[in-house]
Design a protein. Sequence first.
Length: 286
Amino acid sequence: MDDRDWLAESFEAHRRHLLAVAYRMLGSAGEAEDAVQESWFRLSRSDTSEVENLGGWLTTTVARVCLDMLRSRTARREDPLPADPPALTDPTEPEHEAVLADSVGLALLVVLETLTPAERLAFVLHDMFAVPFEEIAPIVGRTPAAARQLASRARRRVQGAGPAGDTDLARRREVVDAFLAAARRGDFEALLAVLDPDVVLRADPASLQMGAEEARGAVAVAGSFAGRARAAQPALLDGDIGLVWARGGEPQVVFAMTIVDGRIVEIEMVADRQRLDELDVVVLGD
């Protein structure tokens, strides 16, 4: 058996699992097939000599494909899920029935459609397939803590906590507004009041090249922001509250914030152009 035959056989061994992941991500049997097929194309064109866990690699790959498809769907503002559930079986592919028929009900699919692409991916991979947040984080371009928050918000909505978690979002907006006001005033004590004692400020390589610095601890992080952030504005970043600095209407840096129990526990500065382009950024009024 040559390498390509071995690769094809190994891929087929994981196909049912990949279909299950893709279907829950996309809610469409046809699109799930397309995503799995694309993952095969990527596998066949990749050097897998150093891949230790092919199943994990394929799961990550199909998740990335699905995320791109969901973001494209959102950008096109496609119609929501139809009233009739998508076909779960294909008479030419009996394995579909085993993979999909017991997968999800229409009610859950409808709820999943209300999530942002990043929330949907984090929830599906973690809650349905037990993928660790450390592996989910690079797929959505977030830290593990932020990926955990994405899944938590999605879980609350799936469990019937109300559409879009409006109450939680409003509470987080209050925290971010208080942080921004304190930063602009240079009010060190007010900054400390909204920062967790162990807060972490992270910066991607593009932010570091712009002069940003990373910091750990409330005192250090407060010192990084006191008297600054005058040009920053509150914004929704993939549906969650944060800050953005934009120039000419184009985001230059975003500040993604993880908030727990009314305090900021993590701030991630992102200036990488590709990551910024993938984010859904909606600037809010001060």
